[in-house]
Design a protein around this ligand. Structure first.
Ligand code: NAD
Length: 430
């Protein structure tokens, strides 16, 4: 969905529309929470804007000899609760406004799951699918060197997001190390061989499923008996699908940027993996299902819908047609404020992004702890601690929502905003 150009920083939109920018949408949820928890005006002003915004020009020599110039960002939204933390997105839509929105969501997410970090995000506007591995490496190294002044183990710790992965983090760590010495704790989501944590790769998907199981129970249903449609088959979608299937749920649809596949009897995920390994360009051409569009996937007859790709896919144009009773936001910002209101009025349960996709940053925190202590945890310890944190946060959100008759998103934002405001107050900023 097209959105307007980046608005002035800190402008509040009170009447949501579907062409709100991602930062306006994230700010809309923040301001509503600020009203509910009666935040003082000066505190609101600080939390409504980003602390530091670095925009860089990244010239990269392409394989054909041409010099391409990319635009990159590292945006630190709020650091009251600890060093800034958030992923790096390589995507054509990763502009200033989108990265601001994602940075703010990281502040709320980190506070809600209660890891000792502030919120940040990075992005480079590029199309990774059209670039070779060596172009990606040159881009990553140049970007890292340009943002190296604002990152640091106790200052700001990047991680993977859309379009980046463990290999990207290995290049970032290596490039940062050239100037600063070997520093594994500078990024998380690294390969395990370079100090990454066991369980980090699948952590976001695992956290999504832990939340999904809880949400199902809350609505009197058994997750293992549910049919689930998942949009996005990258890191988050792939692992969410596999772990959901392991728990007994029936994954009836999956998709990627090339389209989706639907099989009401359940998709054979092992066969999908083989299809992709054998050169299939998209899950859309998987022979074990019927091809569907990304739009049609969102509107399928199923018990649970899990958007795990990009923002704004559930909006005023399709919210009325969503048939799943439970929507679990594995992606960041997949539901626009307009759609959120429609879904709420229709009695749908929306498990918000800042809660349900926080498993990734939680295990990133465990990775950072392991790097600082130079001590490797076992996978079972990582998964146990992850489950504890996810269950604790989910219970807190559900209890507050029930107590104050709030949606899960509103309850989650209330908790997060109050925690950040209190930390900022204790530190004497505001
Ligand atoms: P990824 O790059 O590994 O995968 C993205 C997936 O989305 C791919 O399957 C891609 O084909 C698909 N996609 C891209 N554009 C699309 C479009 N226009 N329509 C439909 N599908 C499209 O990214 P990821 O790490 O899996 O992240 C997915 C979402 O989860 C993002 O919103 C990200 O911010 C969020 N998230 C990721 C993590 C993490 O640990 N990686 C943590 C929290 C939240």
């Amino acid at each position: 969905m097209a959105h307007r150009a980046a608005p002035d920083v800190g402008v509040r939109v009170t009447e949501p529309t579907d062409d709100m920018s991602p930062f306006e949408a994230a700010s809309y949820f923040f301001h509503n929470a600020a009203d509910r928890v009666q935040l003082r005006d000066e505190v609101r002003e600080v939390l409504a804007t980003c602390y530091r915004e670095l925009a860089v020009q990244i010239p990269v020599r392409m394989d054909d000899g041409r010099m391409a110039v990319f635009r990159g960002y590292r945006i630190q939204h709020n650091g009251a609760r600890g060093p800034y933390k958030g992923g790096i997105r390589f995507h054509e839509s990763a502009d200033l406004d989108e990265v601001r929105a994602l940075a703010a969501l990281m502040t709320w997410k980190n506070a809600l799951i209660d890891v000792p970090f502030g919120g940040a995000k990075g992005g480079v506007q590029c199309e990774p699918g059209l670039m070779s591995e060596s172009e990606m490496e040159r881009l990553t190294r140049r970007f890292t060197s340009m943002i190296s002044y604002v990152i640091g183990v106790n200052r700001d710790i990047p991680a993977p997001d859309m379009g980046t992965n463990a290999q990207t983090m290995a290049w970032m760590m290596d490039e940062y190390g050239r100037k600063n010495g070997y520093t594994p704790g500078i990024v998380t989501g690294k390969p395990v061989e370079l100090g990454g944590s066991p369980g980090r790769e699948e952590a976001t998907g695992r956290g999504v499923v832990i939340c999904a199981v809880h949400a199902a129970k809350k609505s009197g249903k058994d997750f293992s008996q549910m049919s689930v449609a998942i949009q996005g088959f990258g890191n988050v979608g792939f692992w969410t699908a596999h772990i959901a299937a392991e728990m007994g749920a029936k994954v009836v649809a999956i998709s990627d940027v090339g389209g989706g596949t639907h099989n009401p009897d359940g998709i054979d995920l092992g066969a999908v993996r083989k299809h992709l390994q054998d050169g299939g360009l998209s899950v859309a051409s998987f022979p074990g299902g019927e091809e569907i569009s990304n739009q049609a996937l969102l509107e399928l007859e199923c018990d649970m819908l899990i958007p795990a790709a990009i923002q704004g896919v559930i909006n005023g144009a399709n919210a009325d047609r969503i048939r799943a009773d439970i929507i679990v936001e594995a992606a960041n910002g997949p539901t626009t404020p307009v759609a959120d209101n429609i879904l709420h009025q229709k009695g749908k349960m929306v498990v918000p992004d800042i809660l349900c996709n926080s498993g990734g940053v939680t295990v990133s925190y465990f990775e950072w702890v392991q790097n600082i202590q130079q001590f490797r945890w076992e996978l079972s310890r990582v998964n146990d601690e992850l489950t504890k944190k996810m269950v604790f946060a989910t219970d807190a959100v559900m209890e507050l929502a029930a107590d104050k008759n709030l949606s899960l998103r509103d309850a989650a934002f209330n908790i997060a905003v109050e925690r950040v405001a209190f930390a900022a107050h204790l530190r004497g900023y505001i």
